[in-house]
Design a protein around this ligand. Structure first.
Ligand code: NAP
Length: 491
């Protein structure tokens, strides 16, 4: 063992969490970093999602790096472009670009002699002491399994593959899907299109979140006072983490009751026609699916040129969509706001850990990671946003910072030689998952609806405790939880 090792670290992904990982590694003096990015630019989900109306439904004064406040946010919930620009600004100021290899999708990683040998589609890509995956959770668009989709004569665009040049003006537009994405697109386009038809399979509970501009006086205060921005951040963190996130895991009944009341009130007061209101009313509990925070969906769907269709789609035909009642809905353009495959694991990588066991074999009965961060048999392989990381109505950047804070402490032990190579003990992970399964039953997600938090095994792959508990659990790693092995270090 050699104290003060200089590590070679691979980060996979140059989105918000990959940028964070590089910054935090630089902070501890580890600068030999390679960021593998499959695309031609940084930005992750904010690069990929360019659909009309895109914004983050978490207020921007919370959806930011804790160490990089931004007094210039233009609205309560900034647009996708503004968030992408913020990330680029941080990326440039911390000189993250020098680490990045664009157009480099890692396809294979093999643990050999204490190091990770990586491959991209171009071939061998070097060997690394540590790998940090920062690939995001919602990276594979899910296309609906609807007959005839390719027969459609007009453009059919998935929201995550939107072409910003798309001209909607005067078109008859159909949209499938009314999750967080569909409900952002609809108010943004309804006044531009000739007609808008929403094909809704399952209605959603929607909380009103007015997305007002931030006043110039407030921006001036934020520019002068970092303390004011910190106060705003703390206040929002309290609202979203201690109230919202706690409510859905059964830890804040008052906040939950208030959430239900606000959703009911929003629907009742916004939708005039009782028939339409009934169609928009979900039959599952508030929060069972990720809650929609919207400014304007109910108003938009009541516009004279908008129509809500709840009949099942039977097939897509060249002229439009035919529903089960035989009706043909003629369309010029189709928008697929049909979500993502959130359970693609480490795809497209083949990862071979200790003893030649692949991650697909290790996760054959469901993906598992200790605290969403590390898996037994895969030493020095760390994940941001791994299985059972907290996902929900709060800032994923906060989740990433919490996990990276924990990972950096583990990396410091690798550097010092205290734990040259480490992976969680199988028993620790088994115990963690036994506790997790017990707690999951108390969450609102397990109350009987279908939601994307559920993995292919039908288990809910989120964090079933409060966000505060998440932060407590990840405050400082306990090396007792890990199998520690020595590695040969080249001198
Ligand atoms: P989603 O919540 O998974 O919604 C997909 C929609 O497509 C649902 O309405 C679904 O209906 C419908 N759908 C899928 N296949 C269909 C089919 N064959 N026929 C009819 N309808 C079909 O996807 P999303 O709206 O893209 O959101 C996914 C997640 O992305 C969100 O939960 C959130 O975490 C994240 N997101 C965040 C923001 C933000 O502002 N922070 C914005 C957008 C997205 P069913 O409900 O019946 O399945």
């Amino acid at each position: 063992m050699k104290p003060g090792r200089r590590l070679k670290v691979a980060i996979i992904g140059a989105g918000a969490s990959g940028i964070l990982a590089a910054i935090k590694l630089q902070e501890i003096g580890q600068d030999d970093i390679r960021i593998f990015e499959k695309a031609a630019d940084m930005g992750g989900t904010w690069r990929d999602n360019r659909y009309p109306g895109i914004a983050c439904d978490v207020p921007s004064h919370l959806y930011r790096y804790s160490f990089e406040a931004n007094p210039e946010w233009s609205r309560v919930c900034a647009s996708g472009d503004e968030i992408w620009a913020y990330l680029r600004d941080v990326y440039e100021r911390y000189d993250v670009a020098r680490h990045v290899a664009f157009g480099s999708e890692v396809t294979k990683a093999v643990f050999h002699d204490g190091r990770w040998e990586l491959e991209t589609e171009k071939g061998a890509a070097g060997s690394y002491d540590v790998v940090v995956t920062a690939m995001g959770i919602l990276r594979y668009p899910l296309y609906p399994d609807i007959k005839g989709l390719t027969d459609f004569s007009g453009p059919a665009l998935h929201s995550a593959r939107w072409d910003p040049e798309t001209d909607l003006l005067g078109n008859r537009v159909g949209i499938i899907g009314c999750g967080s994405t569909g409900t952002q697109i609809i108010p943004a386009i309804v006044d531009k299109v000739r007609s808008l038809t929403l094909f809704q399979r399952t209605p959603q509970w929607i909380l009103r979140l007015p997305n007002t501009p931030i006043a110039e006086e407030d921006k001036a205060i934020f520019r002068r006072s970092p303390e004011a921005m910190q106060q705003r951040y703390d206040l929002l963190a309290h609202e979203f983490n201690s109230k919202f996130a706690a409510a859905v895991v059964g830890e804040n009944e008052r906040a939950y009751a208030r959430m239900v009341e606000r959703c009911e009130e929003h629907l009742e007061s916004s939708v005039q026609d009782p028939e339409l209101r009934a169609k928009l009313r979900p039959d599952y509990k508030v929060g069972c699916r990720r809650l929609i925070l919207s400014d304007g969906f109910y108003e938009a769907i009541q516009r004279p040129n908008a129509r809500l269709v709840t009949e099942t789609i039977s097939r897509v035909v060249p002229q439009g969509i035919r529903t089960a009642n035989g009706e043909l809905h003629e369309l010029d353009m189709l928008i697929l706001a049909t979500g993502y495959d959130a359970h693609a694991g480490m795809s497209p990588m083949t990862i071979i850990g200790e003893n030649g066991v692949s991650i697909d074999e290790a996760w054959a009965d469901g993906a598992r990671a200790y605290l969403g961060v590390a898996a037994p048999g895969f030493p020095n392989w760390f994940m941001i946003g791994g299985p059972n990381s907290p996902i929900g109505n709060f800032s994923f950047i906060m989740t990433a910072e919490t996990q990276m804070g924990y990972i950096v402490q583990l990396i410091a032990r690798i550097v010092s030689g205290e734990a040259p190579s480490l992976a969680p003990k199988p028993k620790v992970v088994d115990d963690f998952y036994a506790a997790l399964a017990l707690q999951m039953g108390n969450t609102i997600w397990a109350s009987g609806c279908r939601n994307w938090y559920m993995n292919k095994q039908g288990e809910i792959a989120s964090w079933p405790w409060t966000f505060d508990h998440f932060r407590t659990m990840l405050t400082a790693p306990d090396l007792e939880d890990f199998v520690i092995t020595d590695v040969k270090v080249a001198s």
